[in-house]
Design a protein around this ligand. Structure first.
Ligand code: PMP
Length: 305
């Protein structure tokens, strides 16, 4: 990804894409303490807009707070930086990646004595789990890896280090011929995908794990809660077992990258009719109306660049 034209915002300045580099002795590279965000901008009828920019930026600052890192910029500056990156790179719809990390003044587990840094990059990125997956649904495997316990790494931080667990689960699932992994929490209850929250539908009711299962408090997850209310769908947050997913009528993943991706199989067991279900399709369509600026009720979630 490094050899391309474009600009990346780094510590307050726009730098050329190829020059946006850090030192090999960067603390975060060695010990994994850092935080990031995944954000999307959509090409709406009124121009390009970043979806739920404030919420993503707030979560980045909360992740840093949990990790005891003090970002040396204000939330407003980080929001302005994200808008500027989309503009500078002439992007219409794109994925944005803000990342905060600990510098390279000093190694040793204690990060004290290091500066804190922040960058924002953006690039065009289509459907994370594939266009076909969006229509047909994807095939998922229950991971042999357990999701982080809430008191091991901090699960409400979108921490860099949490993603080793996601990578292991995702690689295992892909090596076994699946599209994505589903992780269970330390008690065996459904937590989340490697980079997505999960929802299941049974008898017209929508269920999603409550956050005590160690899932990230997804911003797309929250958007789905609003959509369910608007569609008159009952939404219950509770502990969910793996076999409840097997016998659900429909299931789907949500995430900024994954958007709303139907799940058609878990562990080679077909969910419902083994394709995108009708309620999932309704929710998916409502989601795309909102992010693309076609639902005025949520116009305040779209930050024009
Ligand atoms: N869980 C994990 C582990 C993730 O990486 C993501 C993607 N950020 C999500 C859930 C979904 O969160 P969001 O909808 O805020 O992107």
């Amino acid at each position: 990804m490094e050899d391309r034209d474009g600009k990346i915002w780094m510590d307050g300045q726009m730098v050329d894409w190829r020059d946006a580099k850090i030192h090999v002795l960067t603390h975060t590279l060695h010990y994994g303490c850092g935080a990031f965000e995944g954000v999307r901008a959509y090409n709406t009828a009124d121009g390009t807009a970043i979806f739920r920019l404030e919420e993503h930026t707030e979560r980045l600052f909360n992740s840093a707070k949990i990790l005891r890192m003090k970002i040396p910029f204000s939330q407003q500056e980080v929001m302005d930086a994200q808008k500027a990156v989309v503009r500078e790179n002439n992007l219409e719809s794109c994925y944005l990646r803000p990342l905060t990390w600990i510098g390279s003044q000093k190694l040793g587990v204690s990060p004290k004595g290091n500066t804190i840094h922040l960058m924002v990059a953006a690039w065009a990125w289509g459907a994370y789990l594939g266009e076909e997956g969006m229509r047909r649904g994807i095939r998922v495997k229950t991971s042999s890896y357990t999701r982080h316990h809430v008191n091991i790494t901090m699960t409400q931080a979108k921490a860099v280090s949490n993603y080793t667990n996601s990578i292991l689960a995702n690689m295992e699932a892909l090596d076994d011929g699946y599209d994505e992994a589903l992780l269970l929490d330390a008690s065996g209850f459904v937590s989340e995908g490697a980079g997505e929250n999960i929802f299941v539908i049974k008898g017209g009711v929508v269920y999603t794990p409550d956050l005590s299962a160690g899932a990230l408090n997804g911003i797309t997850r929250n958007t789905i809660l609003h959509i369910c209310k608007d569609l008159g769908l009952e939404l219950i947050q509770k502990r969910i077992t793996r076999d409840e997913v097997y016998i659900s009528d429909e299931a789907f993943f949500t995430g900024t990258a994954a958007e709303v991706t139907p799940i058609r199989e878990l562990d080679r067991i077909e969910i419902g009719a083994g394709s995108r279900g009708p309620i999932t399709e309704k929710i998916q369509s409502a989601f795309f109306d909102i992010v693309n600026g076609r639902n005025s009720k949520y116009a305040h979630w779209l930050a024009r660049i």
